[in-house]
Design a protein around this ligand. Structure first.
Ligand SMILES: [Zn+2]
Length: 384
């Protein structure tokens, strides 16, 4: 049986307490450590069902003595967001009180790491990783560890999740997009070491960036290593944590068949990384190469109205292709209406787009993964 804990979150109101459930398989401290969580954006539910399917597989693997590393699973990473119902709609992406995105503003230990770990770096890569992890742990403990430490419920959640994941060799943060094909985000420094994971997940797009802005969970875990390695110069500092955001298709892509296939793929990832014993899984052919995030065309709505998309999500397009129209029934002469087209500025794959159809000017309505950085892509690389 896994070791299961229910960590109480800092109460946000009198008389209420939420808990974060954590399952640990294998031996604490064994390597490799793999950490998986689902639903940090609480309106993104496919991962919850996938991890539920994975848990029963892990339990069987544990009973068969196949867990050689440590596997930590948080199947419901955001019990706060799951409680955000407004007039029949589940919200779940932003904290109600502050408007902060649950997947931004995670712990940023870069400064402390550079200050305290850089002088400890020597010639041995493994020793450097161990020393830096030790500093990261000390920083996390000094900032309160599991104690709420006066934090809000949302910040306490962030701190607990960080404490569970920061020393993992591999982190898979399961999200989904609105209407999308399977795709992933990871650090440029984790590519191509994580290519096997992407192949096992059969990702249609792999988006890489060092820093997209706002300190999302995956970058809070990877960026300290990028910065430390860069500051250490000749002294070797490998990526101590390969973290990635896995977008399990769209919000409504939930079925037993998908959950079974995805849980099997995650189990294969765990074997591929050596956290489970057993024959190495065969890697499916890569479905794509990595795309720098600057090469993603985030197409925005040119007008207010109702979207009529051309083609399907997952289609390949050329620069200049019409992706659809924004229809305004009150436009034109008031009888014939108006249709404003929108186009791709790159050759590439439509990997994500909206589920809802009513849009305002400037809303992101379609994402196309190209292969060449786009000149207009400046500022934060992801939407809020
Ligand atoms: Zn998300």
């Amino acid at each position: 049986m896994p070791q299961t804990r229910h960590l109480p979150l800092s109460p946000s109101s009198l008389g209420t307490t939420r808990t974060l459930t954590v399952h640990r398989f294998g031996t604490a401290g064994a390597r490799p450590k793999v950490y998986l969580q689902a639903g940090l954006h609480a309106d993104e539910l496919p991962g919850l069902v996938v991890l539920q399917a994975l848990l029963s597989r892990l339990q069987a693997a544990e009973q068969a003595g196949q867990i050689t590393g440590e596997v930590v699973v948080v199947p419901v990473a955001n019990p706060i967001g799951l409680d955000q119902h407004f007039q029949g709609q589940l919200l779940g992406r932003f904290e109600t009180a502050t408007g902060h995105n649950f997947n931004r503003r995670h712990l940023d230990p870069v400064k402390a790491l550079l200050h305290r770990a850089l002088p400890l770096m020597g010639e041995d890569p493994a020793e450097n990783v161990a020393a830096a992890r030790s500093v990261l742990r000390q920083e996390w403990l000094a900032a309160g560890g599991e104690d709420p430490h006066g934090r809000s419920e949302g910040d306490h959640l962030r701190h607990l999740l960080y404490g569970l994941a920061f020393d993992a060799d591999l982190v898979l943060d399961l999200h989904c997009d609105w209407d999308a094909v399977m795709h992933t985000y990871t650090s440029t420094a984790s590519w191509p070491q994580t290519a096997g994971v992407m192949r096992l997940l059969e990702a249609e797009a792999v988006l890489i960036a060092e820093e997209s802005g706002g300190n999302p969970f995956d970058e809070a875990l990877s960026l300290p290593w990028v910065r430390l390695a860069s500051a250490a110069g000749e002294r070797p500092v490998p990526m101590g944590c390969h973290s990635m955001t896995v977008e399990l298709r769209g919000q409504t892509d939930i079925s037993d068949s998908l959950a079974t296939a995805d849980a099997d793929a995650l189990l294969a990832v765990l074997t591929h990384w050596g956290a489970l014993s057993g024959p190495q899984p065969e890697l499916p052919a890569a479905r794509c190469d990595a795309t720098p995030l600057e090469a993603v065309d985030m197409v925005t709505a040119p007008a207010a109205g109702i979207i009529v998309y051309a083609g399907a999500v997952g289609s390949r397009v050329k620069a200049g292709d019409c992706l659809g129209w924004v229809v305004n029934p009150l436009g034109g002469d008031g009888i014939s209406g108006s249709r404003v087209p929108f186009h791709s500025r790159t050759d590439g794959l439509i990997y994500g787009r909206l589920l809802q159809r009513l849009v305002r000017p400037g809303d992101t309505i379609c994402k196309v993964a190209g292969d060449k950085p786009l000149a207009h892509r400046t500022g934060p690389l992801l939407t809020a």
